[in-house]
Write a protein that binds this ligand. Structure first.
Ligand code: PRP
Length: 212
C-alpha cells in the first residue's frame, strides 16, 4: 500500500486536525510524543504526517511531497497554489480585515496612496485594487503588524482578526471586513486521481464531522 502523506500547518490547526482524524480511527501516537522529529507514520494504516510552517503547506501539496494539506484559507489566498481545495473543516475561524485607528476610516475609498502594512500583500492588493479601486502602497511585514499604525509606519493594516483583543489592547479597530477564514483541506491534483478511493473516503468522513 502506498502511503498517503499529510502536511499539517504546525500549531493549533495540526492539533485540531489530529483530533478530527482520531474520530475517524486515524491515529498517530508517535506524533503525540515531545520530540524534534519532523515526520511521523502510522504504518498499519498507510498514513504519514509532517508538520510544516503554514505558508509552506500549499507548496508541499502542489509539488506532491504531500498528498493532502490542512491549512488556513488565509495562507491559501496568499500563496495561490495549484491544488484542489476540497473542504472547509469549520475550525480555525477568524477573518481578514482592514484595521487601524478610527481616524484612518476617512482615508479609505480615496485615491490617496494609502499606506497598508501587512503579512499578506496579495490579499491587500486584491482587496484594494480590485474591490475598492484604490491605489495603495504595501509595506510587507512578517509579524506584529499592529505596530505599524502605532509607530507611524502605515495608515492601516490588513491582518487576521480572531478575538479582536490585539487590536483593542492597542487602541485600534476593524475598519472594514475583507473575508472569513477557516481551516481547509487541500489535495494534490495528481494524488486526487491516483488515490481517489482512499482520499474520497477521508474527505467524506471529515465532511460529516465538520457538519456536526
Ligand atoms: C495573529 C494576527 C493578529 C492576532 C489576532 O497574529 O496577526 O496579530 O493573531 O488575534 P486576536 O484578534 O485574537 O487578537 P499571530 O499571533 O499569528 O502572530 P504575528 O503577530 O506574528 O502575526
Amino acid at each position: 500500500m502506498e502511503y498517503i502523506t499529510f502536511a499539517l500547518a504546525k500549531g493549533r490547526l495540526a492539533e485540531q486536525t489530529m483530533d478530527m482524524l482520531e474520530q475517524l480511527g486515524i491515529t498517530c501516537d508517535e506524533m503525540k510524543k515531545d520530540s524534534r522529529k519532523l515526520i511521523f507514520a502510522n504504518e498499519e494504516l498507510g498514513f504519514k504526517f509532517f508538520l510544516a510552517k503554514a505558508t509552506d503547506v500549499p507548496t508541499y501539496v502542489e509539488y506532491g511531497a504531500a498528498d493532502i494539506g490542512i491549512v488556513g484559507k488565509d495562507t491559501l489566498l496568499q500563496e495561490n497554489r495549484n491544488l484542489y481545495e476540497v473542504l472547509d473543516l469549520g475550525f480555525g475561524k477568524c477573518r481578514f480585515a482592514v484595521a487601524g485607528y478610527a481616524s484612518a476610516r476617512a482615508l479609505l475609498g480615496k485615491n490617496n496612496d494609502l499606506r497598508v502594512a501587512t503579512k499578506y500583500p496579495n490579499i491587500a492588493k486584491e482587496y484594494f485594487y480590485h474591490k475598492k479601486h484604490q491605489t495603495i502602497e504595501i509595506i510587507k511585514l512578517n509579524g506584529s503588524v499592529e505596530l505599524a499604525p502605532i509607530v507611524g509606519l502605515s495608515d492601516v493594516i490588513v491582518d487576521i482578526v480572531e478575538t479582536g483583543s490585539t487590536l483593542k489592547a492597542n487602541g485600534l479597530e476593524v475598519l472594514e471586513d475583507i473575508c472569513p477564514v477557516s481551516a481547509r483541506l487541500v489535495v494534490n491534483r495528481v494524488s486526487m486521481k491516483l488515490e481517489h478511493k482512499r482520499i474520497a473516503k477521508l474527505i467524506s468522513g471529515l465532511r460529516e464531522l465538520a457538519a456536526e
